[in-house]
Design a protein around this ligand. Structure first.
Ligand code: SAJ
Length: 422
């Protein structure tokens, strides 16, 4: 199958790099987004998100005429839907963005087109997308009613790239291809082979959906194990970092690292898609989520304890005179992404509960996000150490790892990442 024009719906952290990589392979790419600001920025050859090297690839793609952005879908040979799938307050998945994207592309679909759902989705979402498309286009046939003879091919091909390494992983990772029929899978494989150097492994749509959820639930469960260990060890007065290092010397043990909680828009979300479908069976997956979600509150309690200990050692001071420095606001090390960050949530809670000054260090940003703007000062690592009485290390950024513990002897320290405690 040959694809002359490819349309990517949703130009965010996954859609934009994917669109840019297709364009870098000299395909005509039409990017579609509901955000006029994003569309304008991309059409100028710039980017509205942060991802290493993406600016260069997008700039080249737009300048060379292979990529353009628009708010209204246009005809193409293949459509990739890469819109968000958040969850509702009751942890059920919100497929509203997929529904809107499906309804937006339906009018421009033609016989022979391929539609791929890339968004991480609950099991059954691809069939649901196909049903929305079929309802909007009764003149075309779809795999759910015509099988291999359908006019439109449908597949789920979840992205699996790690933020910060997206351009490399997009090309090198193996790709799971879940077509609604074998012909749908074959069409999707020939599309991804335009740039994927990893293997394109074929399965069905439901298994592909579950595969992506399984990968992130596996990681969440393993991080929860590490986080639970850290709380157990704290009670038993055992250094959890040393414990994990020792246990990992066993040839079949590989425990992940505890932290202040699990952030980002994937690992803290996707397991709920399994839990909401099979609540009675997904007991471990649910508990892992609960353990990880409880960690920020535990860190807050540890911080309160550190303040109390400082006051005990300095009885002439009051809590109002105790300065707390939060080191790191991002959701993981050496990135500037603050979305769904436990470090940010903990800093907000400290601000709301501590009567004294709170300062923060985040070497990867220049301005505080709206939630914190005007409420706390962003300072350098050096001045945080000089001014603070209590230091709460929330992200193991490279710069923080360079701080020698010997200069922290007069501080009370809450080290959620084992930077100094390890
Ligand atoms: N974390 C720990 N301890 C660890 C590892 C991670 O506390 O030992 C925390 C991080 O600090 C962060 C959170 O977990 O707050 C998630 O970070 P991450 O690096 O594990 O994952 P993400 O969210 O950046 O990307 C994940 C990846 N999934 C897996 O590794 C299974 C990526 O491949 C997926 O494409 C991505 O989710 C996604 O889009 O679904």
């Amino acid at each position: 199958m040959s694809f002359q024009t490819i349309s990517v719906i949703g130009l965010g952290y996954i859609g934009l790099p994917t669109a840019a990589v297709f364009a870098s392979r000299k395909k005509q790419v039409i990017g579609v987004d509901v955000n006029p600001n994003a569309v304008a920025i991309i059409n100028k050859g710039s980017i509205h998100i942060v991802e290493p090297d993406l600016d260069m690839v997008v700039h080249a793609a737009v300048t060379n005429g292979y990529l353009r952005a628009t708010m209204v879908p246009e005809p193409a040979d293949a459509f990739l839907i890469a819109v968000p799938t958040p969850f509702n307050e009751d942890y059920t998945p919100d497929l509203g963005y997929i529904e809107s994207a499906s309804k937006a592309i339906a009018p421009v679909l033609k016989k022979g087109d391929l539609v791929i759902l890339e968004s991480t989705s609950p099991v059954g979402a691809t069939e649901q997308m196909s049903a929305w498309l079929a309802a909007a286009r009764p003149d075309l046939s779809f795999p759910q009613n015509c099988g291999e003879d359908s006019d439109i091919r449908i597949a789920h091909c979840p992205e699996r790239v790690l933020p910060g390494h997206v351009l490399r992983e997009l090309v090198q990772n193996d790709r799971v291809i879940g077509g609604m029929t074998p012909k749908c899978s074959a069409a999707a494989v020939s599309l991804y082979q335009i740039f994927v150097e990893g293997e394109c492994v074929i399965t069905n749509a439901r298994t592909a959906e579950m595969c992506k959820l399984t990968e992130n639930s596996f990681r969440d469960t393993n991080i929860a194990f590490a986080n639970e260990l850290s709380m157990i060890c704290d009670k038993l007065e055992i250094n959890v970092w040393e414990l994990i290092r020792l246990a990992n010397r066993h040839p079949r043990v590989n425990i992940l690292q505890p932290g202040p909680g699990v952030g980002g828009h994937c690992i803290a979300v996707d397991p709920w898609f399994i839990v909401s479908k099979t609540p009675d069976e997904a007991r471990l997956i649910r508990t892992a989520r609960e353990v990880n979600d409880s960690k920020p509150e535990w860190v807050l309690e540890k911080t309160k304890l550190a303040v109390a200990e400082f006051l005990q050692a300095n009885p002439h001071k009051t809590a109002r005179e105790v300065t707390i420095a939060c080191l790191g606001l991002a959701f993981k090390p050496d990135i500037d992404d603050l979305r769904e960050s436990p470090a940010l949530a903990i800093t907000q809670k400290i601000l709301a509960t501590h009567p004294g000054p709170v300062i923060a260090v985040e070497p990867n940003i220049e301005e505080l996000p709206n939630q914190l703007a005007g409420q706390l000062k962003l300072v350098s690592t050096e001045s945080a150490i000089a001014d603070a009485n209590v230091i709460v290390l929330l992200v193991d950024h490279k710069t923080f790892k360079k701080i020698p513990p010997s200069i922290l002897t007069s501080h009370k320290v809450v080290d959620t990442r084992g930077v100094w405690s390890a």
